[in-house]
Write a protein that binds this ligand. Structure first.
Ligand code: ATP
Length: 364
């Protein structure tokens, strides 16, 4: 079984806690991304799964087997790091063949496997090139191939694409996903790049400061962030969050967004989730989920900056606590200094408790 279970996993270095009581179940054949900013404990978690670090407390199980004391070489894991680890004096073919050869595989079997993996990773024309003549991009592809050829039941990748250039990264995202589909390994992928996590992973474990913040499919963490950290971290730009105070009005429950001078009404399901709760909230909506309000109803804000990124336009609106961003699929013709009236789509509004940062969920 190649499911992975982390149970009450803790890692401290002296009096510094790098990982606080992590519980995570990764299913057999699942692609799980560990996503978070630098220093959040992703690599520490990964290193413990690989067997390079011992947990301070808690357990790691592969299937039902407790991995305590099982050395890395006996865990059946493949590992690819940020910095490619390959033999530069060998050819690509020799690098790919290295693992199976060390295991004593027959020549014909080695040739078959090298051929298949080279084809998958588009290395076939380069098989007889010496590795020291290859670009960083290709070297990382060879490193992935060298690990993948062993067909490990568990494949661990720690920021494997952070040193390759942007165009190549996009190609590799597709290839890695195909590789995993083909071999059906359990894949754990460490990254600080949400695009990688969102495009490849079946589920994402979002981490911050050694604490697991949320586990969910890419759409779950995007649509229903568990807290303000996830709301801001996922999305580019992240979710707009404006401090507000709920109050009853003749329009039902509204949120007084002091900084913006408006009090939008709440969708019924959120209004009922909020009734009974006290205190300030953060009113959240995704920059992509706003419309320019032709009827003049919405948030009237001065345009402070306009970024055009190809077909997309990111419009910065307002300042200070009331600053928000809106993303449009085309050039909406707004210029700095103009006033824009934007309306968040009602169904996309999310609320968070301003003191705890936790999501206030409709129906729970
Ligand atoms: P990055 O992408 O920057 O590597 P990360 O999320 O992978 O970030 P970790 O490498 O897991 O983070 O590190 C988590 C924290 O633990 C960091 O503050 C790091 O400085 C600390 N840390 C990691 N290894 C050690 C160690 N051997 N001794 C002391 N502190 C460590």
């Amino acid at each position: 079984m190649s499911a992975i279970h982390l149970k009450n996993l803790v890692k401290t270095f002296g009096d510094f806690t790098a990982l606080k009581t992590m519980d995570l179940d990764i299913a057999d054949g699942e692609f799980m991304a560990l996503l978070g900013p630098s220093g959040c404990g992703k690599s520490t978690t990964m290193n413990m799964i690989a067997g390079m670090e011992e947990p301070t407390s808690g357990k790691i199980l592969f299937g039902e087997r407790d991995m305590a004391g099982v050395p890395m070489g006996r865990r059946g894991v493949g590992f690819v790091f940020q910095n490619y680890a390959i033999f530069t004096h060998m050819t690509v073919r020799q690098n790919l063949a290295y693992g199976p050869r060390m295991r004593g595989a027959a020549r014909a079997e080695i040739d078959r496997r090298v051929g298949a993996i080279a084809e998958l990773l588009q290395l076939t024309p380069l098989l007889d090139r010496k590795a020291d003549r290859l670009s960083v991009n290709i070297l990382q592809r060879v490193a992935i191939g060298r690990s993948a050829i062993m067909e490990p039941a568990i494949f661990l990748l720690d920021e494997p694409l952070s040193n390759v250039d942007a165009a190549f990264r996009a190609v590799m995202r597709t290839e890695l996903k195909q590789l995993q589909r083909q071999f059906r390994q359990t894949m754990v992928y460490v990254t600080h790049d949400q695009l990688e996590a969102m495009t490849m992973a079946d589920r994402i474990a979002v981490m911050d400061h050694g604490v697991l913040q949320q586990v969910g499919t890419p759409l779950e963490v995007y649509n229903n962030p568990a807290n303000v950290f996830v709301a801001r971290f996922i999305g580019a730009p992240g979710m707009n969050l404006i401090k507000g105070r709920p109050s009853e009005s003749d329009r039902g429950l509204v949120v007084d967004l002091g900084a913006l001078g408006v009090s939008p009404p709440l969708p019924d399901d959120l209004a009922s989730a909020l009734r009974g709760a006290r205190g300030d909230v953060l009113y959240g909506f995704r920059p992509e989920q706003v419309a320019l309000a032709p009827d003049g109803r919405g948030l009237a804000l001065p345009v402070t900056f306009v970024e055009r990124i190809g077909a997309r336009t990111i419009v910065h609106l307002g300042e200070g606590e009331g600053a928000v961003k809106a993303v449009f699929d085309n050039d909406v013709g707004l210029a700095i200094g103009q006033t824009a009236i934007v309306a968040p789509e009602a169904a996309s509004v999310r609320l968070f408790d301003a003191s705890t940062g936790r999501a206030i969920r409709a129906g729970g």
